[in-house]
Design a protein around this ligand. Structure first.
Ligand SMILES: [Zn+2]
Ligand SMILES: [Zn+2]
Length: 89
């Protein structure tokens, strides 16, 4: 696992991330909880039932529920995945 800096909280760690496009067209690696706070629907789905989990516990949750999470993400309205949630300076 590679340490990355989350643009939401500026913490550098190897916790699971949502890699999302920024306004500048770059890729930012958000913590899912930080990104959910910015309104990202993918991260809201990914945090459902895992509100209090971080790090390895949350990683286990993603592994155990990956299929259901992916299915829910596929059901999002078209275009949602291309929207930018959260500004990155
Ligand atoms: Zn964060
Ligand atoms: Zn997200």
């Amino acid at each position: 696992m590679v340490d990355r800096t989350c643009p939401g909280c500026a913490i550098n760690d190897d916790h699971p991330r949502h890699q999302a496009v920024t306004e500048a067209g770059d890729i930012a690696a958000w913590h899912t909880d930080c990104h959910a706070l910015k309104g990202c629907p993918v991260c809201v789905i990914a945090r459902q039932g895992a509100e209090n989990l971080t790090g390895d516990e949350y990683r286990d949750h993603l592994v155990a529920n990956g299929e259901a999470i992916n299915a829910a993400v596929q059901d999002l309205p078209p275009g949602t995945l291309n929207e930018v949630f959260g500004k990155v300076n």
